[in-house]
Design a protein around this ligand. Structure first.
Ligand code: FAD
Length: 421
């Protein structure tokens, strides 16, 4: 075994720092060397600076709106990925209904509008010092916006992390690519998808996946039994419960309510519920419970989501912190439609807090067109007032229709254009 003395280690690290500065090292090592120096400010001390963590649909829309409302304020977005894949198209991609390139956006449009983008994964927030931390250094803020979306808590289902291969899911992009490969390779048997306890992103998503993969296998002549295990006592969202029950029954998809998966047994390929019920599978897709990234909880900004005032998106614990989109604990559905509008509306409230009153934007609204097959989709609409109170009289649902598929696609391309330019 190679042994290095402390002196030799320091020499190597010193050399690495010099070489990294000269750009002579592999990227991973540059990152590692820089990670030892988190005390560096990545940007000069701000005048008035809004820092947004996450350039998903909500963060991007917030950044773009802020540039229009308060052009004199510096807007900085920290995003760990070089591009963003639209959430709704995860289900389309799974069964070959969408070309991933058409729903993947870069951040160049935002940069052209004067948003400063830093490619970095945020690892911490120090609210007392108004700083966000990254392995490369810190960034100071006057206002912080958390728009990170959610992370799947795979560790909450026993053996799931260690056996991802047996049970990929579409609630991350990497997982979607993996599940598509598994769906394509599947040559028959029982496919089981499990629905986590709400709230999770895209309430109708799991039932859409069940319908689409069943259709895909039928068209290929693959014999598959499709089973949905639901943590809830009815399909989600509750407004669509009756329609989903009818659709699933007509398609011969087995639906088991109140079945919360807490364990995957890899040897018998069985999913086990909190009440000890068992369901065997050939291919599974356990959708884990979802929560805010750990750094938010560690900063004391909230868990499992960030508590906010739904009227202003301001944190209930920190004056100069806001949260929008899925990561916020709010009455709004965890969906791309509301995340987009929340990002826009948060920008109006931040502008007002910075002394520029630009009026009141329309309240948040949700419209969703969940697939029941590649050719038809349902409709669900939910409305809230400016304070975030539900307006049940304005809720609406619609049965499977081809027109809903058209509406879904043009809406998705439209919000991507509106948020990313
Ligand atoms: C399978 C599926 C189907 C869906 N279908 C629909 C649908 O039909 N209609 C609909 O309206 N919605 C749908 N959604 C939901 C929708 O995609 C999400 O609700 C929406 O994307 C939330 O937006 P967001 O900006 O809050 O978070 P995200 O879109 O998750 O964006 C968060 C961003 O933050 C970045 N980030 C996270 N942590 C860090 C960090 N520490 N440092 C730096 N960057 C970070 C991420 O890389 C990401 O770019 C679906 C979702 C899924 C998974």
């Amino acid at each position: 075994m190679l042994r290095l003395t402390r002196r030799q280690v320091l020499k190597v690290l010193g050399g690495a720092t010099v070489a990294a500065a000269a750009g002579g090292l592999p990227r991973e090592l540059v990152g590692w060397v820089q990670a030892q120096e988190p005390g560096r400010a990545l940007l000069p001390r701000p005048g008035r600076r809004v820092v947004i963590v996450g350039c998903g649909i909500s963060g991007a829309m917030c950044a773009r709106t802020l540039r229009k409302l308060v052009p004199e304020v510096e807007v900085v977005v920290l995003e760990r990925n070089p591009s963003y894949v639209s959430g709704p198209s995860h289900v389309d991609y799974l069964v070959g209904l969408e070309d991933a390139r058409k729903v993947t956006v870069t951040f160049d449009g935002l940069a052209r509008e004067g948003v400063k983008l830093i490619r970095a994964g945020v690892t911490g927030v120090r609210p007392g010092e108004s700083r966000v931390l990254t392995p490369q250094g810190f960034v100071e803020y006057s206002v912080l916006v958390l728009a990170t979306g959610l992370v799947p808590a795979e560790h909450e289902v026993r053996n799931l992390l260690e056996n991802r291969r047996l049970s990929p899911h579409a609630w991350t992009w990497a997982g979607t690519v993996e599940l598509r490969r598994a769906v394509e390779a599947f040559n028959g048997g029982t496919f089981v998808i499990s629905v986590p306890p709400p709230p999770y992103k895209c309430p109708p998503g799991p039932y859409e996946v069940a319908c689409l993969v069943q259709e895909y296998w039928r068209n290929k002549g693959v014999r598959a039994e499709v089973v949905v295990l639901d943590s809830s006592d009815r399909p989600q969202p509750p407004l669509l419960a009756d329609l989903w029950r009818r659709v699933l029954q007509e398609k011969g998809i087995v639906y088991k309510p109140s079945f919360k998966v807490v364990e995957l047994d890899p040897t018998t390929r069985t999913l086990i519920s909190d009440r000890g019920e068992r369901q065997r599978f050939d291919l599974a897709s356990v959708i884990p419970p979802q929560r805010a990234p750990l750094f938010i909880e560690e900063a004391g900004l909230g868990a499992p989501f960030v508590p906010i005032d739904p009227a202003t998106f301001r944190s209930r614990t920190q004056e100069n912190v806001y949260a929008t989109g899925d990561v916020a604990a709010s009455p709004y559905t965890k969906s791309a439609f509301t995340a987009f509008l929340q990002g826009r509306n948060a920008a109006y409230h931040i502008a007002r807090a910075l002394g520029r009153d630009r009026g009141d934007p329309d309240p948040v609204f949700n419209q969703c067109w969940p697939y029941t097959s590649s050719k038809e989709a349902l409709l669900v609409e939910v409305a809230w007032d400016r304070e975030g109170r539900a307006i049940p009289a304005r809720n609406r649902t619609g049965p499977p229709s081809a027109a809903h598929v058209q509406a879904r696609k043009s809406w998705e391309y439209g919000i991507l254009r509106a948020a990313y330019g």
